[in-house]
Design a protein around this ligand. Sequence first.
Ligand code: 13P
Ligand code: SF4
Length: 330
Amino acid sequence: MEQLHIEKMLEEKGFIDEPIDPEIKLVEEINRLKKEKNAVILSHFYVDGDLQDIADYVGDSLGLAQEAAKTDADMIVFVGVHFMAETAKIINPSKKVILPDLKAGCSLAESAPYEKFAEFKANYPDHKVVSYVNCSADLKTLSDIVCTSANAVKIVESFPKSQKLIFAPDKNLGNYINSQTGRDMVLWDGACMVHEQYSVEKIADLMDEHPDAELIAHPECETPVLLLANHIGSTTALLKYIQENSSKKYIVATESGIFHQMKKAAPEKTFIAAPSVDSTCGCNDCSYMKLNNLQKLYTCLKHELPEVTLPEDVIEKGKIPILRMLEISK
Ligand code: 13P
Ligand code: SF4
């Protein structure tokens, strides 16, 4: 409610759509404001390239959480989506955390509302809850530990084999972890709208067309796509793979923003976007991540709004599973 209130207030004050002087050099102004306010800009690999280039740190969800945990800046500007900024706030309750567009949500986080998940969890009183970081701060308060795609297998394996587990909210990542660990975690039925739309048939055709290409995939993809993949990993892991692997061509089954870093890291290689079921939809773009732009980043830094705030009890309870994850991931 509080966030909606802030958003409404901002819209009333015209901050979000504030007209910007076309003469303003946005990159210069953002860098000036950042310095003046002792702010740090953290960007995810899925935002547009100009927003990755202006960041102090660009990375995957784990790297961003680790960076947020160690920053000595007074303000964190999170160029990504809402759950990532919430995680930064939980780790840094005394710092101001701002996000260029509060509407930058996540289909996975939205698939697991607090009340419904609490009811679900009550059916499994002897299970512990491992939650994927792509969930609301409220959901994290119902979790024993958080994980990201980079450390999910390690986090799950930190529990004894005999410990029964619930994994939420991504059923695809959950299935992948089950396959890697031989566990039988109970899975919440959520999925990422970007990673679940790939067509395995079209991917197989593309692989036939390009026998010299490797398929690399994020574990949020559905099982049939993962079964075809030469390599599966978080965004950082995929980026590392294309730099270390000898292949010259890759079919990439993850969000389009990653191409920016891949092309920078290996300009001599070819990267082909994995095809979607609907070829007209531009589905490789996460519409939430793409709500961020330089104009909004500038306005956000200038007004220090919209701010991500959370109730104290959510911060207190949410901190426990996040810090557990960070401890195990050192
Ligand atoms: P990672 O960058 O942690 O692999 O996460 C991908 C993602 O979907 C973030 O929303
Ligand atoms: Fe959420 Fe998927 Fe967008 Fe990541 S790519 S923010 S998981 S909807």
